[in-house]
Design a protein around this ligand. Structure first.
Ligand SMILES: CC(C)(COP(=O)(O)OP(=O)(O)OC[C@H]1O[C@@H](n2cnc3c(N)ncnc32)[C@H](O)[C@@H]1OP(=O)(O)O)[C@@H](O)C(=O)NCCC(=O)NCCS
Length: 172
């Protein structure tokens, strides 16, 4: 029987986080604003600092998905500042070998529960317009497009669509 576990990453996990994040950037360069070439230059201290709970308080939720103990997925919920009411999703990635089995939806569900727990009003993200799987995942979870398309990176032919999930009636 296989066991899928989603858990919060702590700074002791920086090695596996670094490995997974770099793998995701190599595997899916068209899905992220950042690049492998940029993040491979990060020092170990930078990877540790991203996961340092003292730095992020309750305003970040870095998640890892593990299938039978093997890391297969990553996603972050993040609040840019403590007074903000909109949380953001970044770094969502599932290993190609286990895609289509509900790991992405589960990661998303955990971030939505976290955002509700802290009374955030909405969750936003940006998804590359050609990313059929991710657009489907977000739309069927209730995210709706808003605002104008943004270039994925300064020099890129790809565009990302901002999407928002409203968690309460008065969300902007
Ligand atoms: C997007 C991604 C995270 C989805 O993860 P996943 O674990 O495969 O997703 P799930 O298995 O939970 O599937 C979620 C939904 O997407 C659908 N889906 C998955 N792959 C699909 C595809 N290639 N085309 C259309 N729909 C697809 C599933 O059928 C499911 O919908 P359903 O419940 O209505 O059947 C994964 O494809 C991925 O890591 N892609 C590369 C990185 C990326 O694009 N990240 C998003 C950045 S915004």
């Amino acid at each position: 029987m296989s066991t899928l576990k989603i858990r919060v990453l702590n700074k002791e996990d920086w090695g596996i986080y670094k490995e997974l994040r770099l793998l995701s950037l190599q595997d899916s360069p068209d899905s992220f604003g950042s690049t492998y070439e940029h993040e491979i230059k990060f020092s170990n201290e930078e990877w540790i600092s991203r996961l340092d709970h003292d730095n992020r308080a309750n305003y970040a939720l870095p998640l890892i998905a593990e299938l039978n103990g093997v890391a297969v997925g990553l996603a972050w919920g993040l609040l840019h500042n403590p007074y903000d009411k909109t949380a953001h999703i970044y770094q969502m990635w599932v290993s190609p070998s286990v895609r289509g089995q509900g790991v992405g939806r589960l990661l998303l569900k955990k971030i939505i529960s976290w955002a509700k727990e802290f009374d955030f009003e909405s969750i936003s993200l940006a998804v590359t317009t050609t990313n059929i799987a991710a657009v489907h995942l977000y739309k069927t979870t209730g995210f709706e497009p808003y605002g104008s398309l943004e270039r994925l990176r300064e020099i890129s032919a790809l565009y990302a669509q901002p999407m928002k999930l409203k968690l309460c009636d008065n969300a902007a």
